[in-house]
Write a protein that binds this ligand. Structure first.
Ligand code: HEM
Length: 259
């Protein structure tokens, strides 16, 4: 005997009852904040529109209204955005590399070699990481030059310029700490020269050199130290300063423009 089909209207009714139940639940309302179109009884009112902006982290970064000149690619050349994109790309490719790399003097070079020779896409991802690192230094520098050219370092943006200088330093530190990790002759001697130069820091020279080397001379302790700096400490500090940088762009009235 064939089952009798339930009338369509009854299925529709059950669906809307279920929707209402879900929308009234605490879990749903904890995810979709006031002003969200997904909340029960949403109306397109000015109040709800401002709620959307206030409650969304993305709309905080990218406001609903922007000045006309600010969306022109020819003004910023998207160099800040490009720097950020490269940072994300470096994070993703860097995590991939971490699966195959052990930071000890005995294993580091062999791991890098094996990564290129026998890991699927290993060589590609390693080269993407390396090129993105070079490009990020270039992009950040050009971004700084663009900001300078437009006089965007002037009030009220002078604090963000200072944050920018810190970001430039962190970008250079990320590059330099990554340099040692392949543990080849180039890396070894580059870091030996670098740490010797840092040894000439006034007053604390010897101490600075000792801390950076994890001993009197370059060795496996240095590698571990620079590895932790490269994959954890410097990226962590960079993310904090990036958040402040983007937040300041908004709070300083968006991108600068012609007077
Ligand atoms: C990791 C490095 C950096 C990233 C990811 C970054 C990202 C950004 C982004 C996305 C913007 C929005 C407008 C644009 O794209 O130009 C911006 C604006 C700005 N950045 Fe950076 N930035 C970095 C480094 C720097 C440096 C080195 C400086 C200067 C020393 C700087 C100073 C500024 C200033 C003053 C603004 C406001 C520009 C304006 O209003 O026209 N930033 N940054």
């Amino acid at each position: 005997m064939a089952k009798t089909m339930e009338p369509k209207s009854s299925i529709g009714q059950k669906m809307s009852e279920l929707t209402e139940k879900v929308q009234a639940s605490q879990a749903w309302n904890s995810i979709f904040r006031p002003g969200s179109v997904f909340r029960k009884g949403y109306t397109d009112s000015p109040r709800n529109r401002s709620y959307v902006v206030m409650n969304s982290v993305l709309y905080h970064l990218h406001p609903v209204k922007v000045k006309r000149h600010a969306v022109k690619v020819s003004y910023t050349l998207c160099l800040g955005g490009l720097s950020f994109f490269l940072f994300i790309l470096l994070t993703v490719t860097g995590i991939f590399l971490m699966f195959f790399y052990r930071p000890t003097a005995a294993q580091a070079w062999d791991d890098m070699y094996a990564l290129q020779a026998s890991v699927t896409f290993g060589l590609l991802v390693r080269n993407m990481h390396r090129w993105a690192a070079h490009l990020m230094v270039l992009a950040v520098f050009l971004h700084m030059a663009r900001v300078f050219y437009h006089g965007a370092y002037k009030p009220p943006r002078e604090f963000n310029w200072v944050i920018g200088v810190i970001l430039l330093t962190l970008t250079l530190l990320l590059s330099f700490t990554g340099y040692l990790l392949p543990w080849d002759q180039l890396a070894l001697w580059a870091v030996t020269v670098g740490t010797n130069m840092m040894g000439f820091t006034p007053v604390f020279g010897d101490q600075v050199r000792f801390v950076l080397l994890g001993g009197q001379e370059i060795g496996t302790d240095t590698l571990l130290r620079w590895y932790v700096l490269h994959v954890l400490f410097v990226p962590f500090v960079t993310v904090i300063f990036l958040a402040i940088h983007f937040w300041r762009v908004r709070k300083d009235g968006g991108i600068s423009g012609p007077l």
